[in-house]
Every structure is written in C-alpha cells, then in structure tokens.
Design a binder for this molecule. Sequence first.
Ligand code: IPM
Ligand code: MN
Length: 340
Amino acid sequence: MSERRSHRVAVIGGDGIGPEVTAAALEVVAAAGVALNTSDFDLGAARYLRDGFVLDDATLEELRGFDALLLGAIGPAIGDTRIAGGVLERGLLLRIRFGLDLYVNYRPFAGQAGSLADGHSFAIVRENTEGPYGGEGGVLRRGTPHEVATQGSVNTRFGVERCVRFAFARASQLDRAKLTLVHKTNVLTFAGDLWQRVVHQVATEFPGVAVDYQHVDAACIYLVNDPQRYGVIVTDNLFGDILSDLAGAVTGGIGYAASANLNPTKSGASLFEPVHGAAHDLVGTNRANPIAAIMSAVLMLEHLGEEDAARRIARAVADFEGDAALLGTSGVTQQIRERL
Ligand code: IPM
Ligand code: MN
C-alpha cells in the first residue's frame, strides 16, 4: 500500500466523446497502478441545456483546490444553435484557464508513423491567459450601419515573460535544444516587439538553447514542409490555438494531440485535456481515438509527480502500432493497457 495520499482529481467528462475518452484515460491510469481519488463534475453543453448552469464562483473555487483537473471536451454538436458562441468557451473553459491562472498551454506532438512529421517530436508552448483571448474590446451601435466592434490583444510583460521562460526551460531539456518564437512582428509591431525583446532577454539565461524566429504565416508552411526543424515553439494565445490544430494534423491527426493547461506555481489546479473537441458524430460508435486523452493523463501524472507511471504509459502509447481507426476506443485502450 502506498503511504502517499491518493491524488484528488476533478473529472469533467463534458460533452460528446469527452466522457468516453476520459474514461479510457482513467482506465489506463488505474492499470498503471496509480490510485486517483476522483470527483465528477457535470459541466458543459448538456448541463447548460438542462438547467442553464455554466460555472459559478463557488465551483471554480472548489476546482482550484484539487490536485489536478482532467477534462474530456466541451461543446454542443456542430449546427446546434441553442448555445451562443462564447457562452461555454468564455464562461467555462476560459474562465477556468484565467481564474486558476493556467498561464501555459503546453502541447507536445509526436509524429505518428506515416505522418508528415514521422518520428519527430516537438512542442507548442502557448500563452494561455492573454492575447486576443483576454476579452478586451466591445461593441458600439450594434446592428446599425455604424456598428463598431473591437477586440484587442492584451500582452503584458509579466504574462509574456513567464510563458517564454517556461518555454526556454522545456527547450533546454531537449537533445537538440531549440526554441522558435512564432509571431507576426512585421505587422503586430507593438505586441511583436514586446515578445521579441522578452525572448532575447530570457535567452541570456539559457545560453544552450538555439533561438529562431518565424512569422506565423511562414510557420504554417514550415510546419507542413519541414516539421523536423522545430523543438519548442513559443507563441501567443491565438497563434498557438491555430498552430496546434495544424501541428495535430501534421503529426497524425488531432486524435493524438494532448495538452496541459499549467499553473506552474500551483496556486490553482492545472487542467489536462485533449486538443480535440466533442465530436458528437462519433458518440457511442467506439470510433473516438482515446490517445489524446490518455496522453493528457500522462501530462497530468507528470505534474502530480507520478513520473514512473507517466513514463510507462507514454512508452506503451509510443509502442502501440495498431490502427486506431480499426481498433476503436476500447481496442486501443486495451492494447495500451496490455503493453504497460
Ligand atoms: C482549444 C480550443 C479552445 C481554445 C476553445 C474551445 C475555446 O480550441 O483548447 O484549443 O480556443 O483555446
Ligand atoms: Mn483550439
């Protein structure tokens, strides 16, 4: 019996395939011998449609106190117009990210066999609390011919610097230590200049890390044509959102892409979730790829200090050679369990 208390994990299965893939991930964690003390939170589109609840202060504070949060997916089916855009994104997911100060969105990618990035691993470190996601802006004269809408990008020295420092620290651990800043400094001259100067400054603390820069449009070409050039990409919230879907596609599909929304200071519980969405069309078909959720659980175990179990699951996933599309959710989960 372990003398450590079991880790308290809040599980937000959410919508669509979310509950299926989080269940698969929890099954694998248990098979790796880590006992979690889980509490389910019924949040997301289904909950909102049922009783109008998104998230309140009390629930947010309750979530803060867990050792980690594991989330499946949030969102209604495509074409379901009953929930206005932003209600769940801003009201639930971003509220958790901002409220718990999860300032890094760490998204590692491992090129699957046959993908454009076959055999190559790299990571995107996305600033997760600022940028165009910050909520700055508003509308005037809505619905009139003189309507005005602004949506500014917020970039603070403090916010950029803590994200960039995290990215350098990760890059410094790589065999080929390389960090690429991706931005649009030729057009977004105010924010771009801040990011550029912060990267130059923090680089002096990490002399072993090679530093590169690319405009975001060019990075879209290189990610497809030459993903092998990347080690760690560091970028702002919106560019990081877009690039991580592209990176998912280039490395074998979004069904493999995991993410960690991290508060490295631990003043709030970090949140672990697949990059993919709720994919309502796959519900109940056993076709959802659980690997993104399983790898998100690996990131969670690393964060919880369960390095050994994390390593064993990651190895089992890397050794897994089956066809996820043929094996389905349960088949993939079983094969990974058997390889532990
Ligand atoms: C992601 C998602 C979210 C984001 C949405 C659901 C708000 O696309 O985690 O990448 O834009 O960050
Ligand atoms: Mn996204």
